[in-house]
Design a protein around this ligand. Structure first.
Ligand code: ADP
Ligand code: ZN
Ligand code: MG
Length: 480
């Protein structure tokens, strides 16, 4: 019998504050080692930490978006352990009284939603970094990152497959990015995920022994590590063995996990309240103030897009997965609506195609040249029949490299579509005169040759004829 997979995720999100969690040092990335430190984040004796208000606000923002209760009384605790990148010998974290608790996040696609319970989200500080690369016979320590604020978000063991865990992770990442509390970059380590995974006999209520997975810096690795771990545990269990509770490191080169350390217990860390920090009180007023500033979140925006612009769930999902793209789309629709008087429902589908296919199809560095107004102007001209669909695509590509307006490009390239009836009739008459055999076929009821005539006229016009007009005129003329 195949066992059931149980997964709970611990996610560390680096908060986008300007300064560190307990001191004024900058959190900017990429500076020379140890240039962004002070006595507080270096762990010098006699200094006092001060809580970063912005970090608290960001934690509340996230907690509210995840439907958590925000604790009126917070306490910071010292988590004691030894490692060279931890100058104080302890990390300031939260233990018994985390800032957020008991929330949930609905994940799902195609109408099937699953509720993942959030156990807690707490504030803590990051450690520094040990540097080994390019250094022979020694390790160096960079403490620029030491003291950067992190929010650790922990789920209940509610996820039942690697796919589900990834879906959760992506939804959570999108929310954090929308909230502007974290940049969500897994590769750079601003979002780190540690899956806890166990197996149990299908239908069993009890949890099996879990393994925690570390060193994962992409969605792809997260999935691969969980899949590997399932196979490894399955094999042990099927041979009658026991799973050892431990932390295992993902090795991306070998594509496998290897033991890092055996089970650690909370008491190993000797947690105790940090005597340097007074309990942090969060008033109901502050929570309400933060609630007022919450933006529309991806899931809600997706549903609104489906309704308001009459988009499929897929299109709405693609557009709202990226806040900037969603904004671009909405502004493009608004600009067209202002110019044409058409509604969002009428403009939605075509605009989403252009944004998702044509615009996204351009090289990445060329996107920013085109503004929603430029695209809207082009689409309005296309809709009016001033340019053909094919020309509009060419114009967009030119636009992306030259930053010229649609009008300028149309003029320079002579791309104005022929909608003038007189000009079109002349072309059509010629085509009809040249193809008497097909005309006879059409008139004897073989309507399929109609497409042939459209093609011939388009060709004769060098692709410049307005297809709608061509259809209309051809029908009239072919009837004879
Ligand atoms: P630890 O104290 O080792 O960090 P916790 O019980 O606090 O473990 O849980 C950490 C994470 O592991 C949580 O996301 C939780 O949902 C998950 N988890 C706990 N037990 C299991 C289990 N048996 N199988 C899978 N995940 C688990
Ligand atoms: Zn500092
Ligand atoms: Mg853990």
């Amino acid at each position: 019998m195949t066992p059931e997979v149980v997964i709970g995720l611990e996610v560390h999100a680096q908060l986008l504050t300007q300064s560190k969690m307990f001191c004024g040092c900058t959190t900017a990335f990429g500076a020379a080692p140890n240039t962004q430190t002070c006595p507080v984040c270096l762990g010098m004796p006699g200094v006092l930490p001060v809580i970063n208000r912005k970090a608290v606000e960001f934690a509340i923002r996230t907690g509210l978006a995840l439907h958590c209760t925000v604790a009126p009384q917070n306490r910071f605790a010292r988590k004691n352990y030894f490692y060279p990148d931890l100058p104080k010998g302890y990390q300031i974290s939260q233990y018994e009284l985390p800032i957020c608790e008991h929330g949930w996040l609905d994940i799902g696609q195609n109408g099937t939603a699953k509720r993942v319970r959030i156990r807690r989200a707490h504030l803590e500080e990051d450690a520094g970094k040990n540097l080994h690369e390019g250094i022979a016979g020694a390790s160096h320590v960079d403490l620029n990152r030491a003291g950067t604020p992190l929010l650790e978000i922990v789920t209940e063991p509610d996820l039942s497959s690697p796919e589900e865990a990834i879906l959760y992770l992506k939804s959570l990442r999108d929310i954090l990015v929308y909230l502007e509390v974290c940049d969500g970059n897994m590769e750079e380590g601003s979002l780190r995920c540690e899956p806890n995974l166990s197996l149990r006999p299908a239908g069993s209520k009890e949890l099996g022994t879990k393994v925690e997975l570390k060193n994962i810096n992409s969605f792809r690795f997260a999935k691969a590590a969980m899949e590997y771990e399932i196979k490894r545990q399955e094999k042990i269990l099927s041979e009658g063995g026991k799973i050892l509770q431990e932390t295992r490191l993902w090795n991306p080169d070998k594509g496998e996990t290897a033991p890092m350390r055996s089970k650690e217990e909370a008491h190993d860390y000797r947690y105790f309240p940090d005597p340097d920090l007074v309990p942090l009180r969060i008033s109901a007023e502050m929570v309400e103030e933060v609630r007022k500033t919450l933006p529309e979140l991806p899931e809600a925006m997706k549903h609104r897009f489906q309704e308001e612009y009459r988009l499929t769930e897929y299109d709405a999902g693609v557009l709202t997965a990226d806040k900037a793209l969603a904004k671009f789309f909405e502004e493009t629709v608004q600009a067209q609506a202002a110019a044409t008087g058409l509604s969002a429902k009428e403009l939605g589908k075509e605009t989403s195609n252009w944004v998702m296919v044509e615009l996204q199809g351009l090289p990445k560095d060329k996107h920013s040249t085109i503004t929603p107004q430029m695209l809207a102007d082009l689409l309005v001209r296309k809709r009016k029949g001033e340019v053909s669909g094919t020309s509009a695509k060419t114009i967009l590509v030119t636009m992306s490299t030259t930053a010229q307006s649609a009008a300028e490009i149309i003029k320079a390239k002579g791309l104005t579509q022929v909608s003038d009836e007189g000009a079109l009739e002349k072309i059509i008459d010629e085509v009809i005169a040249k193809n008497t055999q097909q005309v006879a076929q059409y008139r004897s009821g073989k309507e399929a040759v109609f497409g042939f005539f459209v093609g011939q006229v388009m060709k004769a016009s060098g692709g410049m004829a307005n297809p709608a007009k061509v259809n209309e005129l051809l029908k009239r003329k072919l009837v004879g």
